[in-house]
Each structure stands twice: as structure tokens, then as C-alpha cells.
Design a protein around this ligand. Structure first.
Ligand code: SF4
Ligand code: SF4
Length: 368
């Protein structure tokens, strides 16, 4: 039977550290060997302070580093951020500061190894450091995600796809959420994290995972050696069917995990959690999908007074659907594939997904 551990926690380091160590002892046991290279992969989406709940909290990263040192192994903090420089994120998130004086290496994922992930993706380039680590601690943040509903343990590993390969994959998967979820599960199967501990102390709800989301206190850490089982447990905690999260659905379909999970600890029932509005509005014959996508799906929109014309959105957009004007940005909704990456990467919270009128009507009809 798969085991998921859940513990009450907060960001007071005196109490957080023993809780984190206990979770690591329960999940990793004696698997971390002396002098082994242990890669710690937090969610380093963008430069943001801990109270915004965008990145894994610095004290959780510190607890992971101290645990690895306590095992006489070598901790390396790594990720390939979507927005901003790796160094800037370490600084603004507070991670660099809390780790001062500890023997830890910071190493951005830069080089990839091409792996054959089978059909339909075939070749995927994955961070070499993640694949060659002796032990990998996956440290996601519990957040909503405008395209995929939630970003948890499996989704956090998308950061093991290096740099601009990420928008390339968004473009290949396009509006097809199923396809993107299958890709995420493939990355998970390839990277095989040794242990996943989710930071659910200050989670994010609403239009996550970037600055348009809103912090929500839950006060838990969840850990397991089985990342998919962990993601299923989080869905149960948030009172939704596990297969509403498509990565869970495909992990279950492929027999990578089961819903028969033993929970060690008390799983709270969170009923008032705000999810992004995601109803499948693209259906029927394939030739009509483009039309439906353009008219029914929520569109990224800009709150102009908040926009600083910084360029993050148009340089990341995989469809080249955003242009800079003199005073504001312009979307080409014919080109836009509705991946919502721009919302994710906007450092000023200026973008959000807005319902179209035909989409609103169709959604109501479908609900009836
Ligand atoms: S919408 Fe956001 S990311 Fe795009 S230019 Fe404006 S501030 Fe920058
Ligand atoms: S405009 Fe935004 S949602 Fe549309 S394709 Fe570009 S990044 Fe994706």
C-alpha cells in the first residue's frame, strides 16, 4: 500500500525543521548515502517574496539542505526558471539569504540529455543534472494553475525541461490539455524523483500559478516517495475527484499509482478553495477545434495600468501572439493557443484569463 505522510506545519523554523526531518526519515529512510550528490528541486517560477506563495518557501529549502548535510551528503539547489534569472529568484525569494553559511551548491539546470520517451513525444530533452543525481528531492508548492488546474508534485518536474524548451513544448501541446498532461507524466516517469515534499503551508488559490493567484493558508507539509499518490492525496484534501487533475488521470491509467493510499497523519478537508474556471469547451470534430478555441476559451487579458511593458510575456509566448504597442500590449487571439504561460510569467500580476461571452453561454449550457 502506498503511503503519504501529512503533518501540520508553519514557517517557524524551530518547529518546521523537526517536522521536515521526520518526513524525510519516513519517506527516504537510509536512501541518502554519504557523499552522494542530492539535487533539491524547489518551485522557482519567478522572482517573488515568500508571502506571495509563488515559490517554495525558503525555510523549506533550508530544511532540505540541512537534512542532506546531516546525512553527510552534498546538497545542490537546482531549477530552470520560466521567468527571470536563477540568481535573481534565489535572492528575491529569500533562499540565497537563509542558506548563507551552509555548504550548498546552487546550480541552474542548463544542459540537457535527450531521452526517448516513446509515442507520441519520442525525444524529450531533460536536465542532465536531474537525471544523474544520486537522489532527487522534489519540493513543489501547492498552487492553482490556470491551464492545468493545479501544480503539484508531477507538474513541478516540468522545471527539469531546460529554458526555452519549455515554451516549445507548450506550443507543441497547444490547447490540448490532455497532451500536455501526458507530457508531464512522461517527464515524471523519466526524472523519477526519489522523494517529494509539498509546501502546503501557504498555498495559492485562484488564477495561479503566478502573481494573479492569491495566497491561501492551509498549514501542512505532505511527503511521499510516490509523487503521483501524493498529488492524489492533495486532490482529496481539496475536496475534488483525483482524476480532475489530468496528470493524476494519466498516472492512474498507466498504472503508475493507485487511489488506494494509506494516509499517515490527518488529511484536512479544505472545502473553500478557489480553483481557476476550467471546463472543457473544445469538443466534437477536430476541424471545429480552432474555431472553438478562438471563441469559447478564456482569453488572456491585460489590466493596462498594471503593465510595465517589461517584455516577459511577449518574449515567452510560444505562439508569438503578443505584440508591444506604444502604451500597451496587444494580443493576436487568432494565433494565441491559450496556454496561459503569459499569465504565469507576468511579474506584475497584470494578466488574467477572462471569459468570452460565447464561452460563458456555452459553459452555462454544458452545466445544465
Ligand atoms: S503584461 Fe506583464 S509581462 Fe507583459 S509586458 Fe506587461 S508587465 Fe510585462
Ligand atoms: S498569448 Fe498567452 S495564452 Fe496565448 S499563446 Fe501566448 S502565452 Fe499562451
Amino acid at each position: 500500500m502506498l503511503r503519504v505522510f501529512i503533518r501540520r506545519a508553519d514557517y517557524d523554523y524551530k518547529t518546521l525543521k523537526p517536522v521536515f526531518f521526520e518526513l524525510m526519515d519516513s519517506t527516504a529512510g537510509d536512501m541518502i548515502r554519504k557523499n552522494s550528490r542530492v539535487v533539491i528541486k524547489p518551485n522557482l517560477l519567478a522572482p517573488a517574496p515568500p508571502e506571495k506563495a509563488i515559490v517554495t518557501h525558503p525555510l523549506i529549502v533550508k530544511a532540505a539542505v540541512e537534512y542532506v548535510l546531516y546525512k553527510n551528503a552534498k546538497p545542490v539547489v537546482s531549477d530552470s526558471p520560466a521567468v527571470g534569472s536563477f540568481e535573481k529568484i534565489l535572492k528575491e525569494s529569500g533562499i540565497r539569504g537563509v542558506l548563507e553559511g551552509l555548504k550548498v551548491e546552487f546550480r541552474e539546470f542548463k544542459t540537457s540529455v535527450t531521452v526517448d520517451a516513446g509515442e507520441p513525444f519520442r525525444k524529450i530533452d531533460i536536465a542532465e543534472d536531474a537525471l544523474t543525481a544520486d537522489f532527487l528531492i522534489n519540493l513543489p508548492k501547492l498552487k492553482t494553475h490556470a491551464q492545468m488546474l493545479l501544480t503539484l508534485g508531477i507538474k513541478n518536474l516540468f522545471g527539469c525541461i531546460v529554458g526555452l524548451k519549455k515554451p516549445e513544448w507548450h506550443f507543441r501541446a497547444g490547447v490540448d490539455r490532455d497532451m500536455f498532461a501526458r507530457l508531464l507524466v512522461k517527464v515524471y516517469q523519466t526524472v523519477k524523483p526519489s522523494v517529494t515534499i509539498i509546501d502546503g503551508v501557504l498555498a495559492m488559490q485562484g488564477e495561479g500559478p503566478g502573481k494573479s493567484g492569491k495566497p491561501k493558508h492551509i498549514g501542512v507539509l505532505l511527503g511521499s516517495r510516490d509523487t503521483a499518490a501524493l498529488d492524489i492525496a492533495v486532490c482529496k484534501m481539496l475536496s475534488i475527484a483525483p482524476d480532475r487533475l489530468l496528470t493524476n488521470k494519466f498516472a492512474l491509467e498507466q498504472g503508475l499509482t493507485t487511489e488506494e493510499i494509506t494516509i499517515d497523519g490527518e488529511l484536512p478537508e479544505i472545502r473553500e478553495f478557489k480553483f481557476p474556471e476550467i471546463t472543457p469547451l473544445v469538443f466534437g470534430p477536430k476541424r471545429l477545434h480552432g474555431l472553438m478555441r478562438r471563441h469559447l476559451l478564456q482569453r488572456p487579458q491585460c489590466d493596462d495600468p498594471l503593465c510595465k511593458l517589461c517584455g516577459e510575456c511577449w518574449s515567452y509566448c510560444p505562439a508569438e501572439a503578443i505584440k508591444r504597442g506604444n502604451k500597451r500590449i496587444h494580443f493576436d487571439y487568432e494565433k494565441c493557443i491559450r496556454c496561459y504561460c503569459c499569465i504565469e510569467v507576468c511579474p506584475h500580476g497584470a494578466l488574467s484569463a477572462k471569459e468570452t461571452l460565447p464561452g460563458k453561454v456555452t459553459r452555462r449550457l454544458l452545466k445544465m
